[in-house]
Each structure stands twice: as C-alpha cells, then as structure tokens.
Design a protein around this ligand. Structure first.
Ligand SMILES: [Fe+2]
Length: 423
C-alpha cells in the first residue's frame, strides 16, 4: 500500500509577489535583446534574439575565445503583428557543428554585447532544470536566481512562459528577464494555455507570438508543428518528447501519429532514458484545473506506457506534486513517474483535494514556488530533486532516485535527511 499525503503535511504557500519591474531596453534599435538559445540536431544551436530595427542583420559570429570569432552563420528574421502591436525583428540563426561541453563566445547582428553559452555534454551525466508556469513576478525572479546558481546543462519548460495574454509588450519584458539564463544554456519549451492568446478576432492566429519567438526543433524531429517535437541529449542517451496540450491529440490526429512514430524510433539499448513533457497534467490531486488533462491521457497514455517512458513532467497547476509510477489510474512499476512542476513563480494560490481518487498515488505535494533538477547519472540511475523557494534561499524538499525502465531491476541507495524515495 502506497502512503498517501495527509492534510497535515500540506503547506501554506507564500503570498504572491508583485510583477517585476524591468528596465526598458535603452540601447540603439539595432542592438540585440531577449537572447535565448535552443538545441538543433546532434551538435548545433539556434540563437534567437529581437531587434527593434527590422533591418538589423541575422548573423552570429562565434568562437571559443572571447572576442575572437572564427566562424559565422547567417539565418533569417520574422515579424508578426497582434492588433496594433508590431514586433521587432525576431532573428533565428543556427550555429554549428559545435563541440560538446564547450564554452562558446558569440555576438549577434555584429552589434551589441558579447554573450557566452555552454554546449551540453555528449555523455552522461547530464542535468536538466525543469520549471513551469514561470511568469514575471518577484517569485519568478527568486526562482531564476536559484536556477542561475545551479550550473545545469539544459532547461525544460512545460508551458506558460510570459503570461503576456495578448499584451505583447509582456513578451518583450519576459525575454529580457530570462535572457541572462536563456542566452547561456539551451531553453527547450513547449506551449501552455497562456501561449494561445486567442481573441474573438478571426485574423489572429493562435500561438503567433510563441511560435515566432520560441522556435523549437520540430522539423528536425519530423513534426510539422512547433507545438510538439522531440530532441536527443547526451548523444542519444536521453530522448526528450515535448507534447502540445492545446493542439489535436486524439487518435487519427497528426500529433498522435507523430508521437507513435517518434516513440517507435527510440532504441532503448542506445537510449536508456525517455522523458516526456506537456503542459496539462494527466494526474493531479489539486483543486485547480481538475480533469483538464483527461482526454489527452485517454488518447496517449498507452503509447507512453508501451514505450516505457521513465518520467512525465507537466505544469499548469501552480504547485508541486509528485506521483508514483502509474498506468491508467493504478500504481504500476512499468509506468512513468508523473511530476507536476507548475511552481515557477506566477502568482496563484491552489489547494489540494485530500480525498481525491488519485490521492493514494500522490507521493509528495506542496503549493509553494520552486524548480526541479533531473540529474541523469548514468544509463540506469537518475535523481530528481525539487528545490522550494524559501524566501531568498532554496531548499531541497523532495528527492527521488529513478531507475531507467530500459534497465534491469536493481536497488539504489537512498539519501537520508529529507523526503527521499526510490522508484
Ligand atoms: Fe497553464
């Protein structure tokens, strides 16, 4: 019998914090801002940025020493309009091939400051930071400061980025807020409900700002939509699947067929770790958004189970919750572990349901802010830690060791002194 979470263990979340005030971009219009990077294929990186000047060059100069650029790549820019808002030029340039675990120095558009990035390792171990429902509040700033100190390799964001919600200037502010982190490590994102930005305006395309600004490697993974894609890390030791909760997912849909193909192509002898992210959780005991993930779960859960997915991350609920391994509402040692990590910083309070039908599957839950770190140690072992924002500090409140479902059963040591489990 698995332990359930009692009401006594529930945590009173800290009060919301006001929006962060960001200093406006005070450089010339040609200067790059809102830089972020994302992996493309085995050894390339997409550099994305915005210039107010729509005639600025889409070029990146780079090299392994500061100020010495030995290579240069040219890309393209796109723009969009949302009601009266006209975006700047949104540039995307792919650089590479790049060496793994290497720091590169780069400059965008032959103007502005030099930035640096570190490429992910080509072997295990590898570290992923995971945050969802980020927003731009004081708590977001707190979470980002903790992540900045974490020294990770790749950040995964399962939806709800800026909370612009049609106010397009908030996308620009958010781009500046995350730039110090997102310009130096790949940020791989998938969309949430706050990226849809629908109005009763037939001419407005859903996700237009998100798709223009946060281009992900969907073509490289055989997807025709930026709303779902996959990529490999650590030279294929980890396969990460990013699903779209707000595009069609039923059997017969393009996303469903793509997921089936994508999972079928994973060779677990070469890829011991299989990780899936989406915005809306399939399992949650939180009062917020109850049942919203159920139709997607019914459409896709069996595909994930058959592929022996190790862990599924979702967001949407502004809290943290970790479940045991599950298949079809039952504990199942061959099913994925489910984690909700929607506690990035946006300000909403939520309560858990003590007698929820899934409460016996819920291992740990807490309605505070924070981030998660998935450290894949080797082919068989990984450790997940949840870092709660404790005022200005961060505290590991939850920890669990995972064994790859591609490997044989074996016990791993657990750490004492905090909430620690082994699955
Ligand atoms: Fe959401």
């Amino acid at each position: 019998m698995l332990p359930s979470v009692s009401a006594a263990e529930e945590y009173v979340r800290p009060p919301p914090r006001p929006p962060v005030v960001i200093v406006e971009h005070d450089k010339p219009a040609s200067h790059p801002q809102q830089l972020h990077i994302s992996t493309v294929g085995a050894s390339s990186m997409r550099i994305s940025w915005v210039t107010e000047d729509r005639s600025a060059q889409s070029v990146v100069d780079y090299g392994i020493s500061p100020g010495k650029y030995t290579a240069s790549e040219t890309g393209y820019h796109t723009t969009y309009q949302f009601l009266s808002y006209k975006s700047g030029a949104i540039h995307h340039v792919t650089i590479g091939p790049l060496e793994p675990s290497t720091t590169y120095y780069y400059r965008c558009g032959k103007a502005g400051d030099e930035f640096s990035l570190r490429t992910p390792p080509a072997t295990l171990p590898i570290e992923f930071i995971i945050i969802g429902d980020v927003g731009q509040t004081g708590w977001t700033a707190s979470t980002l400061s903790h992540i900045g100190a974490a020294g990770y390799d790749i950040l995964l964001l399962p939806g709800d980025l800026s909370y612009a919600d049609t106010r397009q200037e908030l996308w620009d502010l958010w781009g500046r807020l995350v730039q110090p982190l997102a310009s130096s490590r790949p940020w791989m994102v998938t969309a949430g409900n706050h990226e849809r930005e629908t109005l009763r305006e037939p001419k407005l395309r859903r996700f237009v700002a998100y798709n223009s600004r946060w281009r992900m490697p969907h073509e490289e993974s055989g997807s025709r939509s930026n709303l779902y894609y996959s990529f490999d890390a650590a030279a294929g030791a980890v396969h990460v699947v990013m699903l779209g909760s707000y595009t069609e997912f039923e059997e017969g849909s393009e996303q469903h067929a793509w997921l089936e193909r994508d999972l079928a192509a994973v060779d677990r002898r070469r890829t011991p770790w299989l990780v899936v992210l989406m915005h809306v959780p399939w399992y949650s005991t939180n009062r917020s958004h109850q049942g919203e993930g159920e139709s997607m779960r019914r459409a896709m859960e069996r595909l994930l189970y058959k592929a022996h997915v190790d862990v599924v991350f979702a967001a949407h609920i502004h809290a943290y919750e970790r479940f045991t391994r599950i298949f079809d509402n039952e504990a199942d040692s061959q099913g994925p572990m489910y984690i909700t990590i929607g506690d990035g910083g946006n300000s909403n309070a939520h309560k858990f349901i003590g007698d929820h039908k899934s409460a016996h599957l819920s291992m740990f839950r807490e309605a505070s802010f924070g981030h998660g770190l998935l450290r894949i140690v080797n082919e068989t072992s990984a450790v997940w830690t949840w870092h709660s924002n404790d005022d200005e500090y961060t505290t590991i409140r939850d920890e669990v060791w995972l064994k790859s479902l591609a490997s044989a059963e074996s016990a791993l040591p657990t750490n004492a002194g905090r909430h620690t489990e082994e699955l």
